[in-house]
Design a protein around this ligand. Sequence first.
Ligand code: ATP
Ligand code: MG
Ligand code: FE
Length: 347
Amino acid sequence: PLVLGIETSCDETGVGIVRGDALLANTIASSMEEHARYGGVVPEIAARAHLEAMGPTLTAALAEAGVALDDLDAIAVTSGPGLAGALMVGVGAAKALAVALGKPLYAVNHLVGHVGADILTGDELHYPTVALLVSGGHTSLLLVRDLVSDVELLGETIDDAAGEAFDKVARILGLPYPGGPEIDRAALGGDPAAIRFPRGLSLPKDLEKHRYDFSFSGLKTAVARHVEKHRDEGSDVPVADVAASFREAVVDVLVTKALAACADLGVPRLLLGGGVIANARLREVATLRCAEAGVALRIPPLSLCTDNGAMIAALGAQLIMAGSAPSTLDFGADSTLPVTDIQAGVG
Ligand code: ATP
Ligand code: MG
Ligand code: FE
């Protein structure tokens, strides 16, 4: 089926078009620069930016795919989780399109969409797979038995998301937003073993209750203390060593917990998604340790890892091919939609 997908859960206005598992268009407008001076995404600014970008992004996606609105078989849209005001813009646009065109509408889960992005890589996705989603808003470990019917949340962050930790630590080091690429750059030439920063929720007593959960706020505080100590002593902050050691702590705990899930559950497959996947060290460590553990690692191209409309269209197409009924039009934007609700507006 020819499906148009709309994504507005955070700061990217994404419109994608797919035919089954073939990617036809993936157009994105981002309001990231407007949030830079605040050091993080400002919901009100994101929502307004979506409203302005929606029309042009839609037009550009249709042109890129070379299709007309009338050609579409269905519309898919992210209805959650995400920023409520931001989600509402996409949901409103999608409902308007569906009603005006008389096309079925599929309201889908953003996190499951990230997993669905993998469909568009052209390689068949094998089940079950463990999926690690790491972005500015999420750090979630999932067990995916079937993309359209069986996704289980194994664990998630109990405080900051991994990308958020990169952004906050960059700020502590006086680096601009978004912090991920800045920390990657600052870590060049740094020693990842210079400072032993804490690995959140990794002590035996924490592992009992939080085996697959993450925590990054203690790490952020440890970095802040370390930097303050240098400033109090009047000594130069070893920025490269701090950046490299911080990054190592995040990467270590992400990969360790994901591979623990693979081992515990006997699942030899790991899929990565979300904007933090851009991290050079994360890719390196994941590749190395998955090879050692005999786990097949999949990392979609970055354009499909960060928030985008194509992954939402792909999940919509999968739902249609599995025979799922369209969503009823009474669904809303659900900022806390659980990952087990793969589709919203169903009964
Ligand atoms: P959501 O959480 O809803 O998926 P988001 O917009 O916060 O949305 P993305 O756009 O997928 O998430 O990713 C942005 C985040 O990824 C930011 O926090 C940014 O710092 C982080 N990031 C980007 N590049 C890197 C990198 N090289 N290393 C680490 N983090 C990175
Ligand atoms: Mg973003
Ligand atoms: Fe996302």
